[in-house]
Design a protein around this ligand. Structure first.
Ligand SMILES: C[S@@+](CC[C@H](N)C(=O)[O-])C[C@H]1O[C@@H](n2cnc3c(N)ncnc32)[C@H](O)[C@@H]1O
Length: 326
């Protein structure tokens, strides 16, 4: 009954507020695309923080900094996001309505939309569980993610790696939003250039300290030799017991025809110069594939979460999150 009332409240509000939602969507989508292109920053990194904005307003993942950040971020519009989701937010305040996709966490039922929210929650959980076991936290391809601030503590050395333009705009936005932390080291790099570990060390990374690396939704933008090189570099520059939290996309998901939403997305990301590349074959035994890849590069899998066996047409999983150690 409660579910019915919640869905009913949302539907009525959405019908009434539809013109505002359309206006918001048109403005947000155009601003994201035009400004990302003009500033030559990662478009895909901007997309990720929209999910975090949404989770904040539904009280699933409270993060005031993401709101402060988006208010000052040139490639996003806080107001437009608000208009887009106004009906859902009011329905939430009136009846407790929460969009299904944001809450979903049964692995087999995670869909090509809900995985965006699941991934943020799962990585948060992995970081929370492991951050106190390490002395350094390195986010590879950090984009506009704010976990370096969320999990910052004075005993932890924190480093973020990303391409120059994306990182420069992030730093500028953090300063404007008054959430910039001078103790976090921002290092610009191209992961295709194998010197990024030298830059880390020059910037104070200690090769004898246990480290947690977050490598979230970045490997799919680089090729397999570079991904494997990153694993080897990690195992060469930090002690045994250091950790990598990362995700994998299936070949069918990013390069196949099964997912219409993804096929459209593929054209968009290519247009932004961020084509998808590295994937894993998940048709037979994804855990085995991941173990094989990581063990070949001196990493041991601790745990892997496989998503989507029930939600896909082919009944194959399409996404995985894995924690491994050096
Ligand atoms: C989809 S975003 C993910 C951002 C962040 N990890 C998150 O989950 O919010 C991909 C990020 O990888 C970065 N990236 C892609 N290729 C890179 C490369 N060759 N060198 C450095 N960063 C790269 C992009 O600039 C972008 O910030």
């Amino acid at each position: 009954m409660l579910k019915f009332i919640q869905n009913f409240t949302y539907t009525i509000l959405q019908i009434i507020l539809l013109p505002l939602a359309i206006l918001g969507a048109l403005y947000a989508i155009n601003k994201e695309k035009i400004v990302s292109k003009r500033l030559d920053i990662s478009y895909t990194a901007g997309q990720v923080i929209q999910g975090q904005w949404l989770m904040h307003y539904f009280k699933i993942r409270k993060d005031k900094n993401i709101i402060k950040f988006i208010k000052k971020f040139p490639a996003e519009s806080h107001l437009a996001l608000y208009l887009m989701f106004f009906a859902a937010i009011i329905a939430n305040r009136i009846s407790g309505f929460i969009p299904k996709a944001i809450k979903k966490d049964i692995l087999q039922e995670i869909s090509s939309y809900s995985f965006l929210f699941y991934r943020t929650k799962k990585f948060d959980q992995i970081i929370e569980e492991n951050i106190n076991k390490v002395k350094q936290f390195v986010i590879i391809g950090a984009g506009f993610d704010l976990r370096s601030i969320k999990f910052y503590n004075k005993d932890l050395k924190v480093f973020e790696l990303d391409q120059k333009n994306t990182q420069d705009i992030k730093i500028q936005t953090l300063k404007e939003a008054k959430i910039y932390k001078k103790n976090i080291k921002y290092i610009n790099c191209d992961l295709n250039n194998y010197k990024w570990t030298d830059s880390l060390i020059t910037n104070g990374f200690k090769t004898y300290e246990k480290t947690l690396f977050l490598f979230e939704s970045v490997s799919c933008y680089i090729n397999k030799p570079t991904v494997e090189n990153i694993y080897r570099k990690i195992s060469n520059i930090c002690p045994k017991g250091s950790l990598i939290a990362q995700d994998f996309y299936s070949t069918n998901f990013l390069h196949g025809n099964e997912f219409k939403r993804v096929k459209n997305g593929k054209r968009v990301v290519e247009n932004f110069g961020e084509p998808w590349d590295f994937t894993i074959d998940m048709t037979t035994n994804p855990k085995k594939e991941i173990n094989k890849l990581l063990s070949k590069n001196n990493l041991s899998v601790i745990e892997t979460f496989i998503c989507g066996e029930k939600s896909t047409k082919s009944k194959n999983p399409f996404y995985a999150i894995s924690l491994s150690s050096v």
